[in-house]
Write a protein that binds this ligand. Structure first.
Ligand SMILES: Cc1cc2nc3c(=O)[nH]c(=O)nc-3n(C[C@H](O)[C@H](O)[C@H](O)COP(=O)(O)OP(=O)(O)OC[C@H]3O[C@@H](n4cnc5c(N)ncnc54)[C@H](O)[C@@H]3O)c2cc1C
Length: 751
């Protein structure tokens, strides 16, 4: 009972403040407190380096903080989704694409976005600099347009604060270096009669001169009031023709916050006390751009968000413990370093004095890189090394849990289960005669005439921290067996073990798990008919599934025929990526893409494969592609497989993690298939170890006539299996020949 959860801290948004909070909780965890991060973006852009990215001085990874390893370091669950609302009474965060996330203590650090709502046409025709993902995509389009167009592109930048000025200079630098193409015409629109209104006169003068020198036009007293497809209209009714409009105006508040019931200021930002706690709701905090500190209003800038990290972390800790909060006073002056696009910068710190030059840029670069290293080079800490500090789990909590366990054979209480089941929407089927709607001692299922029953069972230990995703992945994983048999799923029994805990936490956990299971079953037109839920040392989900197939349409592993094509429906690499993730060595976006792939439903596959004459099929899971292929080859007689290493679909990052020697614990066992296949593992080709990488919710491996392959792939992709690929073929095998031949760039080697 070491990991009993007593309180939930939910961090919404992975902004500049929360990344510091996470790092600090990683250095000094609070036992009994579970941290969950709900983040729209896995990569948090560091605003100070963003213009340098656009100018071409930094890579994407240089300027982004990866929430994946950071959350792993902090022991926090990472949920990749947007918060869209709050239920303040039940203390839950509503998310765009998943069930609510309950909290005891909440902190919001979702930033701001340029205010566009009041300007007609802006939302349709202009690109805001935030969210940054949208801006980066638009920037790439702009670069492509400049490169492909013979005419000079006209770019309007609306907003002449530090963000707008830095950005236009960075874009100008990036595109004027682009030899062979005309440099675009840039125009900056300032609503005031100056640029950089919040900066000292000497800084303004430097930038005025610089913009003029670079041929960047500044329109002053030119508030943009309308944005059309090919022009912006200013308040004086002037029409300025343009090809691209970038929006970098003052920060606006995210609209959903005003509807939460939390106190907001007249612009819609959350009002907070000096402690960063909401002025209206205890236990709810806000920081960074999204917050308005009533006693210390400041401009919206990353430097303030960063400085709020340590006091916010300390107060979140106090709130979790039920202790009094402490006030924090933000800095009044701060060092402002604005880059000029060409590895030069202007620096000031309030007052009238400013400095400029390449050395200022290198100074800024050093400060920025040092900040980023705090997140990319996280200290190695094992749980044992972490300093134990007074946690939230007291003796009475443990006693209460122990009493419950002893009293009922570790079975989760029926009232908890009943309440959870009442929240679910369970798919109904006419062939379920007795199911959860009228529960009995056992479920009763009808079998349609001419069909046979197909049964399978699978159980997984928690692979991802988010119980909802874990439940969905486990369900897809179990369904893979049914699809591989060419069958349609009918019903499932769930066997769930949840960690020992207090009732409210167990109930919330079960809700997430059960909604994940029933959602995926529903999409597969199958239903949950019963199960067993108990408490134990760790989270485990098992599913026993029943499906139906016509006897003559059943698919088996046997039946591969020489001349056929081998199709794999999902990419490889799950095992190595999650092994890397456990050690905080996988990028968050790799894990995110792997989860998306695991969650990709294969329900269309049996029908498509049958239509295209499939004769053998299996699903690729724990034994890896090589192990499952070997089972098919053995069952199919005198055949061998030729695999094209070049065409193997691979998850992003998997070749790097394999090359780094990061393997799942099942990998060494899977290598035992090598002699039977006749494969050696070379030093320098990570694609071959990948063949032995265990998969969770992996793809189907199917053998179809060659003439059907391309149509079959097209239909599988249209059915959602976007990575379905031909990976090789089946050939006749003479006695003594290896069962697997690997082809690389058209050459075949009998390994
Ligand atoms: C071009 C440019 C350059 C800048 N340069 C500087 C600079 O040099 N120095 C400086 O101090 N300031 C700078 N700023 C301002 C700075 O970007 C912001 O003040 C800063 O980003 C605010 O940080 P934050 O932590 O509040 O929010 P953000 O950094 O915006 O982070 C918020 C995070 O919350 C997530 N999120 C948003 N909505 C949701 C939701 N509904 N649910 C879940 N997650 C959500 C987003 O994914 C985002 O990663 C610049 C701004 C721009 C536009």
């Amino acid at each position: 009972m070491n990991n009993v959860i007593v309180r939930d801290l939910v961090l919404v948004g992975g902004g500049h403040t929360h990344v510091i909070v996470l790092r600090r909780f990683g250095m000094n965890p609070l036992p009994g407190l579970r941290i969950t991060v709900v983040a729209r973006d896995i990569d948090t852009p560091y605003s100070g380096m963003l213009p340098g990215f656009v100018a071409g001085h930094y890579s994407f990874d240089d300027v982004h903080i990866d929430l994946g390893p950071l959350c792993r370091f902090a022991g926090a669950r990472l949920i990749h989704d947007s918060a869209v609302g709050l239920d303040l009474e039940r203390r839950r965060v509503h998310c765009a694409n998943r069930p609510d996330v309950p909290f005891d203590v909440l902190s919001i650090n979702t930033g701001s976005a340029p205010a566009m709502a009041g300007t007609p046409g802006a939302a349709e025709n202009a690109t805001p600099v935030k969210p940054i993902g949208g801006f980066v995509a638009r920037w790439e389009q702009l670069v492509a347009a400049v490169r492909s167009s013979a005419s000079v592109q006209r770019v309007a930048v609306v907003g002449a604060g530090a963000g707008g000025i830095e950005l236009v200079l960075a874009m100008h630098h990036a595109l004027s270096r682009d030899s062979g193409h005309p440099t675009p015409e840039f125009t900056v629109f300032s609503g005031a009669d100056v640029i950089l209104p919040a900066h000292p006169e000497s800084v303004r003068r430097r930038f005025d001169k610089l913009l003029e020198k670079r041929g960047i036009v500044v329109e002053r007293n030119a508030r943009v009031v309308d944005v059309q497809a090919d022009a912006v209209i200013t308040a004086d009714a002037e029409r300025h023709e343009t090809d691209h409009v970038l929006w970098v105006t003052n920060a606006g508040a995210p609209p959903w916050l005003a509807e939460t019931g939390l106190a907001v200021d007249e612009r819609g930002f959350l009002t907070v006390h000096d402690s960063l706690e909401s002025t209206s709701h205890p236990g709810i905090f806000a920081a960074g751009d999204v917050a308005h500190v009533l006693n210390h209003p400041r401009e919206k800038a990353g430097v303030f968000a960063v400085r709020q990290g340590p006091p916010l972390e300390a107060n979140l800790r106090r709130a979790a413990r039920g202790e009094g909060l402490r006030p924090f006073r933000p800095q009044t002056k701060f060092l402002s370093l604005i880059s000029t696009g060409n590895r030069s910068a202007v620096g000031s710190r309030g007052g009238s004095f400013s400095v400029a030059g390449r050395w200022v840029w290198y100074w800024k670069d050093r400060i920025d890189r040092k900040f980023m290293r705090r997140f990319s080079e996280l200290p190695e800490m094992t749980h044992d090394e972490r300093p134990p500090r007074g946690g939230l789990v007291d003796a009475s909590t443990l006693d209460a849990i122990a009493m419950t366990c002893a009293g009922c054979g570790a079975k989760v209480g029926s009232t908890v289960l009943t309440r959870v089941l009442a929240t679910l929407s369970i798919h109904r089927r006419d062939d379920v005669l007795v199911g959860l709607e009228s529960p009995d001692d056992a479920a009763v299922l009808d079998v349609p005439d001419g069909h046979v029953v197909v049964q399978t069972v699978d159980a997984l230990r928690s692979l991802v921290d988010d119980p909802y995703d874990f439940a969905r992945i486990t369900t897809e994983h179990a369904l893979g067996d049914i699809y591989a048999m060419g069958a349609a799923p009918q019903a499932a029994l769930a066997i769930i073990t949840v960690p020992f805990g207090i009732e409210s936490k167990t109930e919330a956990l079960l809700e997430q798990i059960m909604s994940g299971i029933t959602e995926v079953l529903g999409e597969a037109r199958a239903t949950l008919v019963g199960g067993h839920t108990s408490e134990g040392a760790e989270l485990m989900i098992g599913l026993s599934l029943t499906g139906h197939a016509r006897r003559d349409e059943l698919l088996r592993k046997s039946g591969m025929q020489p001349g056929q094509t081998l199709i794999l429906t999902k990419p490889l690499g799950v095992g190595t990526l999650f092994a890397a993730d456990m050690r905080a060595r996988a990028k968050g976006r790799w894990i995110d893409a792997a989860i998306t792939s695991m969650l990709r439903s294969q329900r269309a596959a049996p029908g498509v494969l049958a239509e295209h004459g499939v004769t053998a099929c299996t699903d690729v899971t724990g034994f890896g592609l090589a192990g499952h292929l070997l089972e098919m080859l053995r069952a199919s007689g005198d055949v061998a497989a030729q695999i094209d290493l070049d065409t193997l679909p691979v998850l992003d990052g998997a070749l790097s993690t394999i090359s780094a020697g990061l393997h799942s614990s099942l990998y060494p066992d899977n290598l035992s298939a090598r002699p039977a296949l006749g494969i050696e593992i070379p030093e320098n080709d990570p694609r071959i170890p990948l063949l032995f990488d265990p998969q969770t919710a992996g793809g189907l491996l199917a053998s179809v006539p060659e003439s059907e392959a391309s149509a079959c792939i097209a239909e599988l992709r249209a059915g959602g299996l976007v990575d379905a690929t031909v990976i090789g073929c089946v050939v006749a095998r003479a006695p003594g020949e290896p069962r697997l031949q690997l082809r690389d760039g058209g050459t075949t080697s009998a390994s």
